[in-house]
Design a protein around this ligand. Structure first.
Ligand code: 5GP
Length: 140
């Protein structure tokens, strides 16, 4: 994978406002916050999408994410927040290094705005079975 600006942030070649670091994870403030406290949580493993993460990186992020959310809630005084995670340019990913956004939602104007157009679930049983089978074939 081509290097992104986040690899340079991990190596300290580009400054960031770091809030957390361990062997596998770095968290820092987003340079273009949607609201105060907008934080990015990234694996040190340089891959583009969640599906490419090693189990070790994924577990490390999962372990620390709730703690980071609580810290952002405490400091911003904002109870409500979104976790946003984009995979691929059509899905609004701009930096091709996996990252999770923690975005406080203090009011209707600030934070993440979402356009949500629900459809109707069709052939759910068949679809669920296909996904189950895909999971099973991966673990074989
Ligand atoms: P994406 O659309 O890929 O999910 O979001 C990328 C995020 O990275 C954006 O919210 C953007 O503001 C943030 N970002 C891009 N470059 C930098 C940077 O150099 N430093 C920091 N702190 N954030 C960045």
């Amino acid at each position: 994978m081509a290097e992104t600006i986040f690899s340079k942030i991990i190596r300290g070649e580009i400054p960031s406002h770091k809030v957390y670091e361990d062997d596998h994870v770095l968290a820092f403030l987003d340079i273009g916050p949607l609201s105060r406290g907008h934080t990015l949580v990234i694996p040190k493993q340089a891959v583009k999408t969640v599906g490419e993460l090693s189990d070790e990186s994924a577990a490390a992020i999962g372990r620390v994410l709730p703690r980071l959310c609580r810290a952002v809630q405490k400091v911003t005084g904002c109870e409500d927040y979104n976790i946003l995670q984009n995979n691929g340019a059509p899905a609004h990913q701009a930096v091709f290094h996996v990252h999770f956004h923690i975005i406080p939602k203090p009011n209707a104007e600030e934070g993440l705005g979402i356009v949500w157009k629900p459809g109707k679930l069709e052939n759910g049983a068949e679809l669920a079975r296909e996904i189950q089978e895909a999971l099973e074939s991966e673990s074989r």
